[in-house]
Design a protein around this ligand. Sequence first.
Ligand SMILES: Cc1ncc(COP(=O)(O)O)c(C=O)c1O
Length: 384
Amino acid sequence: MMNWSDSLSRRLAERRGTSLWRSRQVHQGTDGRLLSAPEGQYLNFSSNDYLGLSRHPEIIAAWQQGAGQYGVGSGGSGHVTGYTTAHYLLEQQLAEWLEYPRALLFISGYAANQGVIAALMEKDDRIIADRLSHASLMEAAMHSPAQFRRFLHNDSGSLRQHLAKACAGKTLVVTEGVFSMDGDCAPLEAIAQQAKITKSGLMVDDAHGIGIMGDEGRGSCWAQNVKPEILVVTFGKAFGLSGAAVLCNEQTAEYLIQYARHLIYSTTMPAAQAVALSEAVRQVRAGNALRNALQNNIRYFRHEAQHLPFELMASETAIQPLIIGDNARCIALSHSLKQKRVWVKAILPPTVPSDSARLRITLTASHTKQDIDALLEALDGSDC
Ligand SMILES: Cc1ncc(COP(=O)(O)O)c(C=O)c1O
């Protein structure tokens, strides 16, 4: 029998020295634009703080006020003592804004996706997900006793073929609104139509669309006039904080309160965070100027990046990946940018499909034209 440490050593040795080795870097703080490290400041083009709200003074003040009122921790699961007026009001505010009967808060988008799929999907059921869906969705589907199938990326014809096959139980169709690694948008109308025809449920993870797309930033579904049975929104990106909410009808909400283990057995987010999130929702709703600034930056980057020796993807969103392909070259490019004080993380398989390593550039409302020029210049001069 292999001992504990030998087993871990073997797995680490398999990975060490390969381009798949992951590491974290300590820094002193970041916003949607700059990242401070001991050696100096970087232009940050890897942040999901799309509207620059992580440093918004009114959101910070709301968190401080909430901490003064409620303390810094919630003290338990929402099913025990963790559910305060602040959580309740935030859920009401989200449900009203997004026009759903109910909203349920989760500690993160990862927990929301895992919790919803684990609770809803049973043995004879079926999950059909876009093959490029986020790891939190794919893993939940893989661990589910339900049958799991993947349809071709953004291809409603491929979804239709899967749906045409018989299934004894219920079917859940899963997709993202804006794809996190490609930046492209799902054809939600066509997908929702397929789901409706076959009486399937639709779950949309709009982590990267909420706050950005649609009127008042109501997200990808609103922008495409689609109302999925389950809408997951996360607060770690355009809202500048963290956490998530599931929007759904009364019945689904009650079901999740009974069966979603990530709600029942996990300490809920601090009430102070819920107070801050309520302020963030107000800022997002009133954030047209920020959304316009972001759109201008996206247009400017795409226009100016055409001459670069890299393939631009068909993305009109804040996520503007440059496909490099080879892992080692992608890492070398990311290092070369870093030497020029530009922070762009290399994203490698298995996070993305093999041979599609990429520099995942994210633009925010806080970047200036000069920042984008500096990025373009650094990319142009990269000789890897
Ligand atoms: C599409 C998508 N869904 C879910 C998540 C997980 O959300 P959270 O960071 O709140 O756990 C992410 C995070 O990166 C994401 O990109």
